[in-house]
Design a protein around this ligand. Sequence first.
Ligand code: PMP
Length: 383
Amino acid sequence: HIYLDNAATTPMADAVIDTMTARMKDMFGNASSTHWFGREAHTVMDKSRQILADSINAKPNDIVMTSGATESNNTAITETARARRDLGKHIITTAIEHPSVMKPLAALEDEGFRVTYLPVDETGRISMDDFEAALDDDTILVTIMFGNNEVGSRMPIEAIGARLKDHQAWFHTDATQAYGLQDIDVEAMNIDMLSTSAHKINGPKGIGFLYRDPKILFKPLLKGGEQELKRRAGTENIVEIAGFATAVSLLTAEEKATRQAKYLGFKKQLLARLDDAGIDYKVNGDLAPDNLNHVLNIWYPGISTYALQTNLDLSGFAISGGSACTAGSLEPSHVLTAMFGADSPRIGESIRTSFGSENTPEQIDAYADALIRIINRLKAKAN
Ligand code: PMP
């Protein structure tokens, strides 16, 4: 079986498993305890937090450990909107955010907040003109993803950050798919809050962080003990935090650049094979090199997503129809709908392939063989 669904989740790196195994054995103390066991756990947590902070040019005290990007997004959106209710009621986002951004925003609309969902073009990007038109004196929060999980489009994060420098609105970005692939500097990019998850970068599931600029005050989403400088209650998961830090430490600037180049190469390799075989297809999005290169979403006209995905699975290739978070539902992709309209045939005839560090050019070739064989067979059947 060959795994090509790395935007859904990634396998843990051996070094991560080694760190976690060691910490499970020797680090059971509660980091809030004042005795030796607690102090030891606290030391591991501090060292890990420093690695996470350094990865985005932040300070350790501005990193709040969470259970993943879902919790980070919920906290950043719900709690900061509530904390700023007196300053304004308007929030700006995009039409192609992850459900862990969309659903808290829908709940805030029920509480009386007004949300602008910026449209995207056929490349999956918003326009700065639309952004400028939406921004007003009532805007208190802007939440725009760094890059999209279904089509890999990169949003104009630098331009938004620069525009908001002298505006009251706080800028949150869901960087779950970009973190570990692209260079992120919260200072240079003027990002106020940022969400990530370890399991997308060969770390463990169930751990992530929320970066927040020290100027930002909000009530914890999870209320209880005074952990995480009173911003997230609950005993810290030292084993997972240490595993997360190990995963991050593997992703040096050089390794990130290598991966981006490698994944862009995989895209070109696969598309060249489809071209050579005369397969009818269109990329949903584009091949801009600053995109999230691990994600490739392709429309095969006349071929149903379900049939292709099932046949690929039977042939040993794990890919995804859309995102894993919506794969279990029959809902059409809100991302492709926003890009191409609700009537577009692309919505039921597209496949997301997402690459990871384990993948090899030989695997991509084998995948191309299977794709071409299956598509030609499905076409022959239809005729
Ligand atoms: N945001 C984006 C863009 C994602 O791709 C995901 C994972 N599918 C999440 C948030 C949620 O991450 P987690 O499941 O780790 O909470």
